[in-house]
Write a protein that binds this ligand. Structure first.
Ligand code: PMP
Length: 426
């Protein structure tokens, strides 16, 4: 189907056939959901041994009583397990509760209101305007953190190898009120791309170009979430920062939300030892210590880097066919018609598609009318505003293969129908 070469008559024929198909989908009374990126029940079950792995044995390396208060920075077993995930030293990681988003929120809050580490006073202490760079499309909750804390957001373009670094560098050089950048560096949410070594090296050097107290928020949520063993690797940000002498300017985050239980995992943050000490001084105002019993469960279940890699291979076995099904429908249903462009990620939780300009909201609404729920168009942009109204995030982890198959038939139909109608209207 090549719209730009089609006659009006041909377009009308397509419109009528696609409309008929759309009405059939609507009549089927579907209720399918391709929205949030969370593990399916099958994936959660891969970790069920976590409930019995402790037995009555709560002994840990540090000899502390894990049932009690304390140990704000987490247990040694988990530091050993997760420090390699972020590629930081064991004295540069704090193991927290069940959410890395909480740690990110606190990091932005502390940095902006109070300051920590070598930040001195908080970014906003003098009522100053603070801005963050937001590679787009990106993760909606990063954007809500900024909005909630009164931080202005500047969208920057994403390329196949990471944020457009020419744009990023010229923005931070020109405007000293830009204090941070959000990055999801491996299997980015939602495009699934992996930042190249060159991009990682340039990001590590941003603090040397930016105004005072610039920070990189490195949300490595999908650090070990590859769909195959030969997925692209990510260069070490902390190593690049050490080389550039900027190690105080990077904050790294991760969690087991999509490794064990999304609601009952453990989260971690990596920072220079000096930053971590100062971060803990604030964090200690919010809690006496994390759930160390759950931390030990994780250390016993996953054991070490090899154990973690084996566990992630089991996730990949569940996820890969779902990604393949989405891609099969896009390849077979849309192909090279130019109606849609999409990414074929080698890990993570999402496939990101771009419709023709001005059609994303309409496609999402049409799919919803036919019983297929998609993430609201615009959600992948700051303030929910996709300037070209093109991007849609597909999250295939939760529905069954049969459901994906059915939902993607509807999706492909909606994309084609919306595109043909737009062409006819113009
Ligand atoms: N960061 C990214 C990029 C995510 O996609 C998600 C979950 N969708 C999170 C963070 C949330 O992580 P957590 O459960 O550790 O708060």
């Amino acid at each position: 189907m090549q719209l730009d070469q089609a006659s009006t008559e041909q377009l009308r024929e397509w419109e009528s056939a696609l409309s008929a198909e759309y009405e059939q989908h609507k009549a089927a009374g579907l209720s399918l959901d391709l929205t949030r990126g969370k593990p399916s029940s099958d994936q959660l079950s891969l970790s069920d041994a976590i409930l019995s792995v402790l037995g009555n044995d709560l002994s840990n390396d540090g000899g502390i009583d894990l049932r009690n208060y304390g140990g704000l920075d987490g247990i040694a077993e988990c530091k050993r397990l997760f420090a390699p995930v972020l590629d930081v030293n064991e004295d540069e990681i704090l193991i927290g509760g069940n959410s890395s988003l909480t740690l990110m929120y606190f990091a932005v809050l502390f940095a902006s209101q109070m300051g920590f580490g070598d930040l001195g006073k908080g970014w906003k202490a003098g009522g100053d305007t603070v801005k963050f760079l937001c590679p787009v499309p990106g993760y909606d909750r990063h954007f809500s953190v900024c909005e909630h804390l009164g931080i202005d957001m500047i969208p920057v373009a994403m390329n196949d190898n990471g944020p457009d670094m020419d744009q990023v560098e010229s923005l931070v050089k020109a405007d000293s009120s830009i204090k941070g950048i959000w990055c999801v560096p491996r299997f980015s949410n939602p495009t699934g791309i992996v930042y190249s070594d060159d991009v990682v090296a340039r990001i590590a050097k941003l603090a040397t170009l930016a105004g005072d107290n610039f920070r990189v928020f490195w949300d490595n949520a999908y650090a070990v979430h590859s769909l195959s063993d030969n997925a692209p690797k990510l260069a070490s940000l902390m190593a690049a920062a050490r080389k550039a002498g900027t190690e105080d300017s990077v904050y790294l985050f991760g969690s087991t939300s999509k490794i064990t239980y999304a609601g009952a995992g453990v989260a971690f943050v990596g920072m220079s030892a000096a930053n971590l000490k100062a971060f803990k001084a604030h964090l200690g105002m919010t809690q006496i210590g994390p759930d160390k019993v759950n931390q030990l469960r994780h250390a016993r279940l996953l054991k070490d880097s090899d154990g973690l890699a084996d566990h992630m291979r089991q996730h990949a076995a569940v996820l890969k066919p779902r990604f393949d099904s989405v891609l099969k429908h896009l390849n077979e249903g849309i192909g090279d018609s130019g109606l849609l462009s999409w990414t074929a990620p080698q890990g993570g939780y999402f496939i990101s598609v771009d419709t023709l300009p001005g059609l994303a909201k309409q496609v999402v609404a049409m799919a919803a009318d036919a019983g297929v729920k998609l993430t609201p168009a615009g959600a992948t942009f700051p303030y929910g505003q996709d300037p070209e109204d093109r991007n849609i995030r597909i999250a295939p982890s939760v529905p069954s293969l049969e459901e994906i198959d059915r939902a993607m038939q509807v999706f492909v139909n909606c994309v084609k129908l919306a595109s043909v109608r737009q062409r006819l209207a113009n």
